[in-house]
Design a protein around this ligand. Structure first.
Ligand code: ZN
Length: 248
C-alpha cells in the first residue's frame, strides 16, 4: 500500500479509536452541557484539588461557564439577535466559540497577555471612549489585578448607560482580604489559593462594585434551577453566583 494511503487509513483508525474510547468513557445522558449542547455520562474532574463533575469533556466548559451561559440565554438580551458591542475580557474559548458567531463584528475579546485576543488591553486603562459597550463580561480576572477598584471604574466608564456587565470573581472568604506585601508564589498559593491570585473576595465584593457606580443583582444557581437540573448541568457550589451590574 502506498505510504500516503496507509497514513490516511491510520489517521482514520486513530480517530475511530479515540471516538470509541470517548464514547465508552463519557457516553450517556446523566449530564448535559448547555454551552455545547451535548450530553454525557459524567463531566470530568478538574482543578489542583480535583472537583468532581467540573469540566465538559467536549467543549471544556467549567461549572461557572455553564452557569453564565445559561444566564446569558435566560436572563439577558445578549442573544436576541439585535446588534451589540460586547467586550469579553480574558475570553474563555468555550464561551467565545458561541458568542463570536452570535454577535459578529460587535464582539471584542481583550487580554493583557493572551495573543489569541483581538486586542491587547490593560483593564485598568481601557483604550476606548466613555460609553462604548452594551455588554461587558469579565470572569475570574479581578483577583489577579492589584488595582481592581480602578478596573471596575474603567468598566463603568466604557459601559453604555443602558448597558450591563457581568463581572465575576471567586468568593472564597468571609470578607475581602488582600496583602500587597505577599509576592512569593508559594505564599500566594497558601494564602489566596492560587499562585497568581493576590486577593480573596468575600460577599462584600458587591460593595466594591457599588463603589465603582454599579447597581448589582446577585443570582445563585438555586434561584434559577431545581436541584435536579443543577445536578444534570453540573452547577455545583463551584459555579458561584452571577453578579449582574448596571449603571446606577
Ligand atoms: Zn460542553
Amino acid at each position: 500500500m502506498p505510504a500516503k494511503k496507509s497514513s490516511r487509513w491510520s489517521r482514520r483508525l486513530d480517530r475511530a479509536a479515540k471516538l470509541a474510547a470517548f464514547t465508552v468513557r463519557y457516553g450517556g445522558w446523566a449530564r448535559y452541557c448547555p454551552v455545547c449542547g451535548r450530553s454525557f455520562r459524567k463531566f470530568e474532574a478538574s482543578g489542583k484539588i480535583p472537583r468532581k463533575d467540573a469540566q465538559c469533556p467536549s467543549c471544556g466548559a467549567l461549572e461557572r461557564h455553564r452557569l453564565v451561559w445559561l444566564y446569558f440565554q435566560q436572563r439577558t438580551d445578549l442573544l436576541d439577535g439585535r446588534p451589540k458591542q460586547m467586550l469579553h475580557v480574558a475570553a474563555e474559548r468555550c464561551i467565545s466559540n458561541r458568542l463570536k458567531p452570535a454577535l459578529g463584528d460587535g464582539y471584542l475579546t481583550a487580554d493583557l497577555v493572551n495573543p489569541r485576543a483581538m486586542v491587547k488591553m490593560d483593564i485598568t486603562d481601557i483604550p476606548y471612549p466613555d460609553e462604548t459597550f452594551d455588554v461587558i463580561y469579565c470572569s475570574h480576572v479581578l483577583e489577579h489585578i492589584p488595582d481592581d477598584r480602578r478596573a471596575l471604574r474603567e468598566f463603568h466608564r466604557v459601559l453604555k448607560r443602558e448597558g450591563w456587565a457581568i463581572l465575576l470573581v471567586p468568593i472564597s472568604a468571609e470578607e475581602t482580604f488582600e496583602d500587597p506585601t505577599i509576592t512569593d508564589p508559594a505564599e500566594l498559593l497558601r494564602i489566596f489559593g492560587e499562585d497568581d491570585h493576590i486577593r480573596r473576595y468575600g460577599p462584600d465584593y458587591v460593595d466594591r462594585l457599588a463603589e465603582a457606580g454599579f447597581s448589582v443583582k446577585v443570582t445563585t444557581p438555586a434561584e434559577m434551577f431545581t436541584a435536579q437540573e443543577r445536578v444534570r448541568m453540573g452547577l455545583t457550589d463551584d459555579a458561584g453566583e452571577i453578579f449582574f451590574c448596571t449603571r446606577s
